[in-house]
Structures are given as structure tokens and as C-alpha cells.
Ligand binder design. Structure first.
Ligand code: MEV
Length: 440
């Protein structure tokens, strides 16, 4: 049995790989793969990646694709997407093209407020705590001024610090609920630094507050951390067109399609099982752009799904309606994104992605990302209510199956051509591949 290891992080990368391949894999080529095939030949790039995290042993690649022809607020974008799922970039591109001659996408940011909290326990009378908070409020701000100075110069900073009584939910539990404007930064470090300073000030000032009893002075800070639930950092994106334009002037077909789209969205509004998959399709687009632009997709995922459940039932993030003969399809979701700081100025492909998008502000990036989500959902639901998802999906997945089967370039060419006219189920691909091999 493998023994625990001491000081693993201090080993060189080669030593780590050596230990790992000796103890955890029987694959004789494992170290070659880790050390050579997936290692970047440019030493500076490799070192950068090595230093992003602890215990790096290699790189884990995802394809970086581009979905062109996205008209957003009258600007044409080619959107970078980092994702492994075969059909996502193709679907986004298809949706972009569909809406290109119908006015494109319109997007607007509805709010940019970020949130952080100092969670603490207080044993005493609430009036004393309220008085203390009123007295200490300005000191909380002034003690954090060295952290907020630069952000304030650019127009951001701390918006509000509120004392919240949470004792109805948990005995003795109170919090400082704080709101921030972090401009083009995602703001996690800024917010967490402010919060940790608030906690220090709170604790120190409590010792000096004359109304507090000894027990009340002993405010117990539990933790200080931003919240990834940002229901007031929200963006909205929309497409619309006269119903008859949906199916190139075929009024009946267009109307039937529009109504089916609305039914599909309405089902996702009321049925959580469907809503989760519906929103997963949205996140195919969102995550891919969030990753390509070096943002924190886990934060986005957590915040978005909480928002989808904000009315007490997990529901669709997109909406559809026909109003006065106009089909409208829109999304509203929270996105805490940054275009400065973090990976944005470090990762070479993130830098390139940002450049491709015209070096957007955080607000512009929120709009682009929301559009990618909306486009993805339009493409998915359109397939679902017309041809079914498998047709397009399997066409895109075909290459993965052929690669698994070890098809040569010539075989791939022949079989791709064949499956333009035939349904590409997994079995059908395997059969066609075997038949082709045998025929040689
Ligand atoms: C697959 O990755 C995403 C879909 O399931 C989304 C949906 O069902 O709306 C196709």
C-alpha cells in the first residue's frame, strides 16, 4: 500500500511525477505524457502555469474555440470559448448567425453591486450592539482607507456597511453585511481585505466601548468573506424579431416554432428537473467564455444557480414571449466578472481573448457572457423543439468517436462525408468504421 508522503510540495516537478507514477499508475508512458507531451516547450509559459497553483505536474488542456458573428449592441464580436463539449461552439455560432440579420443581441447591465459579510457571534443586548455599530461605523471605514484608497480614486469602494441581526435563524449570530463597487475588478481580494479589516476594527473597538459588559466585549468573529451570491450584479440580454421572420417568412411555421419555444421555456420555469438541464445549456455558453477570459467559473456557477432559485423554486434563467407579433427571448442573471487583475494580465490566452473582445470593461464582458448564455440556450431549445438534440450533437461528437476508434485521417474524411447523410449514433459510427476497415 502507498504510504503518506511528507513535504510533497517541496519536491521538484520531476520528483513529484516520479513519486506519482511509481505509486499511482501502471501506465509506463505516464511520466512521458506529463513531462513531455503536455508540457509547454516555451519555458516562460510553462513556468507561469507551474506557478498558478501548488504541486503542478503538467498542464490540462481544453480546446479554445471562437464563435464569430455575434452582433451585440451593434458591435460585431468573435467570442472566445474554452470548452470540451463538441457541439457548444457550433451551436453558439449558429445562434449568432441566426440573429445577425435580425438586429443581433441587445444587452444591458442592471447593477454591479458586490457583497461581503463579517459573520460574528455576540452575547448581549441588541441595543448595546446597535449603539456600538453606530459609533464604530466611521472607524470601520477609516481603518480600511489604505485598502480602499486606489479603488475610490477610480470611482469604486465600499458602498454600505449594515449591521444585520440573524439571531432568529441562529442564536447570537449577527453580521456586517457590506456592499461594494469594484469596477473592472472581480473584486474578491479587495472585498476580503476590507472585510478582514472590518473584523479587526470591530473586535478592537468592542474592547473600548463603555456600554458593553465584559461578556458583550467578547465579540467572536467567525469569518469574513465575500458572497458569491450577487443578486444586484445583474445583466440582461435579449433578442427579438417579428414572429414571421423566425422561419424565413413562413408565417405558419414561424408561429408554431415561436409557440414551441415559449412552451419549452415555460416548462423550464415550473419544472426544476427540466430547469436544471435548461440552465446547464445556458452555462455551456457562460462557462466557456468565463474560462476563456480567465474568470472564476465556480463563483459564477454558484451565484447563477442561487439566483435561479431566488423565488423559492429552481427555475429558468431565460424567458420568452410574443408581444404584438414580436418574438422576444431574454436572459437575466448575476455575473461577477473582472477584466483586470487575477489571470487577466497573466495567462497569455486570456490576454488574447480579452484583446479579441476589444479589451472590454467588466460591464461589457458581463454583456458578452450573458449573450453567449442566451445564444446557447436558443440553439439548444431550438434543436430540442424541432429536430431533437442528438442530430447536431452526434454530428459534432462523431470526431470524438472516430478518434477513440483510432481512425486515420482518410477514414475520418470518408466517414464524416458518410454521416452528413446518415444518423450518427454511436453504434452506427462503429459499424460504418468496421465496414470501412474490412473493405480495404
Ligand atoms: C447539453 O450539454 C445541454 C442541453 O441538454 C441543454 C438543454 O437541454 O437545454 C442540450
Amino acid at each position: 500500500m502507498t504510504k503518506p508522503i511528507e513535504g510533497f510540495s517541496k519536491l521538484t516537478k520531476e520528483q513529484k511525477i516520479d513519486w506519482l507514477t511509481t505509486n499511482y499508475t501502471a501506465d509506463p508512458d505516464a511520466s512521458k505524457m506529463l513531462l513531455k507531451r503536455y508540457w509547454n516547450v516555451a519555458q516562460d509559459v510553462q513556468q507561469l502555469h507551474d506557478e498558478f497553483i501548488e504541486n503542478t505536474i503538467s498542464n490540462y488542456y481544453l480546446p479554445l474555440g471562437v464563435a464569430p458573428n455575434f452582433l451585440i449592441n451593434n458591435t460585431l464580436y468573435a467570442i472566445p470559448m474554452a470548452i470540451e463539449e463538441s457541439s457548444v461552439v457550433a451551436a453558439a455560432s449558429k445562434a449568432a448567425k441566426f440573429w445577425l440579420d435580425k438586429g443581433g443581441f441587445k444587452a444591458e447591465v442592471l447593477g454591479t453591486e458586490k457583497i461581503g459579510q463579517v459573520h460574528f457571534m455576540y452575547h448581549g443586548t441588541k441595543e448595546h450592539l446597535t449603539d456600538f455599530f453606530e459609533q464604530v461605523h466611521s472607524k470601520l471605514l477609516s481603518d480600511a482607507s489604505s485598502i480602499t484608497k486606489n479603488m475610490e480614486k477610480r470611482g469604486g469602494g465600499i458602498h454600505k456597511i449594515e449591521l444585520r441581526d440573524k439571531t432568529a435563524a441562529l442564536d447570537n449570530y449577527y453580521q456586517l453585511h457590506c456592499t461594494f463597487e469594484t469596477l473592472d475588478a472581480m473584486g474578491a481580494n479587495f472585498i476580503n481585505s476590507c472585510l478582514e479589516q472590518f473584523a479587526k476594527t470591530l473586535k478592537a473597538e468592542a474592547q473600548e466601548f463603555s456600554l458593553f459588559t465584559e461578556e458583550e466585549k467578547a465579540i467572536e468573529i467567525v469569518m469574513s468573506i465575500l458572497s458569491n451570491y450577487v443578486p444586484n450584479c445583474v445583466v440582461r440580454a435579449e433578442v427579438s424579431c417579428p414572429v414571421e421572420d423566425l422561419e424565413s417568412g413562413d408565417t405558419e411555421k414561424s408561429k408554431a416554432f415561436a409557440e414551441k419555444m415559449i412552451q419549452a421555456v415555460n416548462i423550464a420555469k415550473v419544472e426544476p428537473h427540466r430547469a436544471v438541464t435548461h440552465n446547464k445549456g445556458i452555462m455551456n455558453g457562460i462557462d466557456a467564455v468565463v474560462l476563456a477570459t480567465g474568470n472564476d467559473f465556480r463563483a459564477v456557477e454558484a451565484g447563477v444557480h442561487a439566483y435561479a432559485a431566488k423565488d423559492g423554486i429552481y427555475s429558468s434563467l431565460t424567458h420568452a414571449a410574443i408581444e404584438n407579433g414580436i418574438f422576444r427571448f431574454w436572459i437575466e442573471l448575476p455575473l461577477a466578472l473582472g477584466t483586470i487583475g487575477g489571470l487577466t494580465s497573466l495567462h497569455p490566452l486570456v490576454k488574447l481573448s480579452m484583446e479579441m473582445l476589444g479589451k472590454p470593461s467588466a460591464k461589457e464582458l458581463m454583456q458578452i457572457v450573458a449573450v453567449a448564455g442566451l445564444a446557447q440556450n436558443f440553439a439548444a431549445v431550438r434543436s430540442l423543439v424541432t429536430t431533437g438534440i442528438q442530430e447536431g450533437h452526434m454530428k459534432m461528437h462523431l470526431m470524438n468517436i472516430l478518434n477513440q476508434l483510432g481512425a486515420t485521417e482518410d477514414e475520418k474524411k470518408t466517414l464524416t462525408h458518410h454521416f452528413k447523410k446518415h444518423s450518427a449514433t454511436h453504434n452506427a459510427v462503429v459499424d460504418a468504421f468496421e465496414k470501412l476497415r474490412k473493405s480495404k
